[in-house]
Write a new protein. Structure first.
Length: 221
């Protein structure tokens, strides 16, 4: 699996949007590249359907979506009709491309196979791997689900909100179960000067039994 903050290499592949160059498609946006095991399967249908329904939410965050499986373009195109029929909230054209990887070359390159699959790339299906990639093409998040468990799109949007907020303010981190608008935490390495500049209204400091001053929070962001 690619390491966090490693550069995702460029690639060219066939897709439901035609021949696609990854870097050209993403441009200066963020990207979510995610694999699914097979077309015309129930859990995958729900996943791509929910991603499509939430396409505008990703667009608001300057995020482009890109799906991948080991089926061919013709299969993907036919399956899209089923997805749109099942998820009636999808209006108009399908909002993101689906990459065809019938030779499984990209799946192997991107570590989208499981332990058995990596030794049998000619026959193995991709697992539910998902990579969040920033505009500099660095991998910022990786989540890998087994084929039996569908992903949570709300959680994905939450994590993207966290990543983008941290990029904006630099000296913060988001706590467990954070959602936009709730308190964030200032990292222990932040200097007094950085804190005053970033949060001039000050912070809330939690008095800990250890007397160490490391739990500092704010909602002023």
């Amino acid at each position: 699996m690619p390491f966090l903050n490693s550069i995702i290499p460029n690639f060219t592949a066939d897709s439901t949007y035609g021949k696609l160059n990854f870097y050209d498609y993403v441009g200066d946006s963020w990207a979510v590249l995610f694999s699914h095991p097979l077309d015309f399967t129930p859990v995958c249908t729900t996943e791509l359907g929910r991603m499509a329904v939430h396409a505008n939410e990703f667009k608001k965050r300057n995020v482009k979506l890109l799906a991948l499986s080991c089926d061919d373009v013709n299969s993907h195109s036919n399956w899209v009709n089923d997805i749109k029929s099942y998820c009636l909230d999808i209006k108009g054209d399908f909002p993101f491309p689906i990459i065809a990887d019938p030779k499984r070359e990209l799946a192997v390159k991107m570590d989208m196979l499981d332990e058995q699959g990596k030794d049998d790339p000619d026959n193995a299906n991709t697992v539910r791997a998902l990579y969040v990639i920033d505009p500099s093409k660095k991998l910022r998040l990786s989540i890998v689900y087994p084929t039996s468990t569908g992903r949570n799109v709300d959680e994905l949007l939450r994590v993207i909100d966290s990543l983008q907020l941290v990029d904006k303010y630099k000296i913060i981190a988001t706590p467990a179960n954070w959602t936009p608008g709730t308190k964030v935490m200032v990292v222990p390495s932040a200097t007094d000067e950085e804190i005053k500049k970033t949060f001039p209204e000050g912070l809330d400091v939690v008095d800990m039994p250890s007397k160490k001053c490391y739990v500092r929070t704010t909602t002023k962001y």
